[in-house]
Design a protein around this ligand. Structure first.
Ligand code: NAD
Ligand code: GLY
Length: 347
């Protein structure tokens, strides 16, 4: 079993091993003396994996409750959050009990925010089941729900107390959703793990890819948990991506939007003389090999409009993640009045 330690405001382990879901009860019992474990999961994941988790928890004498919501980004909202809070209250959940997110990034973000806020904070564990959530969202403690005005606008930094990754759960993940996660993996390669870009060109070991990605994220979170500096590198491609997701009314997935956003930022950086030209074919060929889109579908004006209401804006400036080459990105502040012109160069 691989164990990766995260040293943030609270410290926790990320465990990676095939078949680990069936052992999760024992692992959770090691960190929780509580009576009740509440599984939070969605309508796709719970029917496949809920039973394995329930059985494993009952073996450790947990009383097990399950809160299952309709799968999809549309559920990551305040209605589902309130329903979850009320479910916890109706069932007299106390601070010694534990929440377990079983699913993708939507489940993890929602559960984490409920855990951060219910009774002013109870423990939670992430069991990610998509490649995106294994390599990115389950680690680092960003929790949130979407508002009508934008994605992830209401949330908290709140770390899980354990992350259990069972790569076997990827076997049931539809190919396009797996590929979405690859966009975030390629992002780590572009930011500071060029070795990942090389590995993904050939036959790769998915457990190793998860481990490298999680370690890349862990290293960044350890030095900037609250996203005031270097953690913003993880937003490579995300400034246009959030706009693209919203403009498409979420018919374009997060990973696909990040893929388009990374290409836009790379093209614009090359035109500005900030990035090596070879970075673009390296990036687009890899994205295309995972059937990810590379062409922008909305105008720079439309994307800018949404980007300016995003969290990444601070006053009259926005921090952009700019590639210098494949494997190295930097942060650069830009006056908001120049964003549209910059993004236009990414078309
Ligand atoms: P998701 O949670 O909606 O999962 C995608 C789909 O896959 C869903 O339909 C789900 O039911 C299904 N699914 C999940 N696991 C499955 C499995 N093993 N087998 C079959 N089906 C399965 O989406 P996602 O792509 O995992 O995550 C996207 C979300 O993550 C977005 O809301 C994004 O904002 C968020 N995110 C958060 C962070 C963070 O740091 N907190 C980072 C990146 C993304
Ligand atoms: N996924 C971006 C972050 O965790 O900071």
């Amino acid at each position: 079993m691989k164990k990766i330690r995260v040293e943030a405001s609270t410290c926790y382990d990320i465990l990676i091993k095939n078949g680990l879901l069936g052992e999760s009860g024992r692992l959770i019992r090691e960190i929780s003396k509580g009576n009740t474990a509440v599984i939070v999961s969605d309508s796709n994941v719970f029917p496949i994996y809920g039973g394995i988790l329930e059985k494993s928890l009952r073996k450790e004498n947990f009383k097990v409750l399950s809160f299952v919501f309709e799968a999809g980004e549309e559920s990551k909202n305040t209605n589902t959050l309130v329903a979850l809070w009320e479910f916890l209250a109706e069932n007299h959940i106390t601070r010694s009990d534990i929440l377990i997110a079983l699913g993708g990034g939507v489940t993890g973000d929602l559960t984490g925010f409920a855990a951060a806020t219910f009774l002013r904070g109870i423990k939670y564990i992430n069991i990610p089941t998509t490649l995106l959530s294994m390599t990115d969202s389950s680690v680092g403690g960003k929790t949130a729900v979407d508002l009508k005005n934008g994605k992830n606008l209401a949330g908290a930094f709140y770390q899980p107390c354990l992350v259990i990754i069972d790569p076997d759960t990827l076997s049931t993940l539809p190919r396009n959703i797996f590929n979405d996660g690859m966009a975030e993996v390629i992002k780590y390669g572009m930011i500071n793990r060029p070795g990942l870009l090389v590995k993904l060109q050939g036959e790769y070991d998915i457990n190793e890819i998860i481990e490298i990605s999680v370690t890349a994220k862990r290293d960044i979170v350890a030095v900037d948990e609250r996203d005031t500096g270097v953690r913003q590198l993880l937003n490579f491609g995300h400034t246009p991506a959030h706009g693209i997701e919203m403009l498409s009314e979420f018919t374009i997935s997060h990973g696909s939007a990040v893929a388009i956003g990374m290409v836009m930022m790379t093209k614009a950086a090359i035109k500005e003389g900030l990035c090596e030209e070879e970075a673009l074919p390296k990036l687009t060929e890899l994205l295309t090999s995972f059937s990810l889109p590379t062409a922008a579908v909305f105008s720079p004006e439309e994307i800018t409009d949404i980007a300016l209401s995003d969290k990444k804006r601070a006053g009259n400036e926005i921090t952009l993640v700019i590639p210098e080459k494949a494997g190295s990105c930097i942060l650069k502040k830009l006056p908001v009045t120049e964003l549209c012109a910059f993004l236009s160069e990414g078309f």
